[in-house]
Design a protein around this ligand. Sequence first.
Ligand code: HEM
Length: 395
Amino acid sequence: MDSTVKAIELKELWRRYKSADDERARERLVVAYAPLVKYVVGRMRSNLPGHIDEAELTSYGLGGLVGAISRFDPDREIKFETYAITRIRGAIVDELRTMDWVPRSVRARAREIERANRKLEAQLQRVPTDEEMAGELQLSVEEFQDRLLRIYNSNLVALDEMWYAGDGNGDQASLLETLPDSRAADPETGRGLSEEDVRANIVTFIGAGHETTANALTWTLYLLSQSPEWRARVEAEIDVHFDPDDETDPTERLPVTKAVFEEAMRLFPPAANLVREAISEDWIAGFRIPAGTIVSVSPYVLHRHKTLWRNPEDFDPSRFLPGEREKIDRYAYIPFGAGPRVCIGQAFAMQEGVIVLAHFLKRIRLDLFPGHPVALQQRITLRPRHGMRMIVRRR
Ligand code: HEM
């Protein structure tokens, strides 16, 4: 159909539906705009785990489209397509949030691994090795590690998609739009989110997400100001591979920038000390841990341990370049923690850190203000005690 004719016909359908409440006109509007659902599903589909069915997503999306048609006011200055895409995406994300994202088979395997782990820990009085775990589960070590990876990835994808389902083109449902939804029950308690829960979540996100990333970026900029070699390498990479107007994720195109950010978090982990309280008696590496003991794991110490790192005090981002990064032991580098309470913002923070650095360093160069004292201060995060006074120059 000619697009002008189509526009006139759509206008007429809107008029009949809104002023005369014509049901036929509403149905025809749904059919006319159905391609928007296909478009949104197509874009979300590629980022979601394989077991999520496209037909299911489409039906959630259609619900969003119907809602958008009934709520839309054609007299307002906003394009229906833009409005509808947000609502369609919001409807899909809402439904996904109420689903159990992790396939049942993966959950069952996770429980099996937990049981084996508990049994072996009780027997051995220490953390079992991968070999011992594999033996207990009657798997090869590779099979065991593959299972762990699958469980870890399915959780990671679930969390990432829940919060960051947007595609950077402005047509995603915002966090605020999808959060206060009393229909989205917590799978553990069966309860929806109260307003208080929403507020607490936002406070946690700002507290856990802002201060940490801001410190990581501050330390990165400080370290770069001390290393002309790495600063030149980052600038060269950004000049060639980073376009500030391109909104796609640049992290994989900027391995040097990413490595610098990771190395900065090795030397100055924003969460420098992780603390747990033993809820019952336990044994770690032959030491008895009475119930109630406060146990601290320090990423700061671990990241500078001379048995784990070559020249640990040196700023050397090449440790994190592709080819070297894979050699680092999972538990030697834990800026985002590890285990069940690992940072849920990890993927987001990595992307955010690299993007902010790329935007900054494309345009400006930062040098430490001469004589400014740099010292550490461990509050909840690891901060520069006297702030970080720097001179900003346009590149
Ligand atoms: C460079 C940035 C970040 C660093 C270094 C960092 C580090 C950490 C660490 C080490 C933990 C585990 C704490 C523990 O084991 O006691 C943690 C947990 C957490 N992080 Fe992050 N984080 C960062 C960014 C973010 C962002 C951007 C968000 C959210 C948008 C976030 C949300 C959280 C939450 C909610 C938890 C608690 C998870 C739980 O207990 O289940 N973090 N973070």
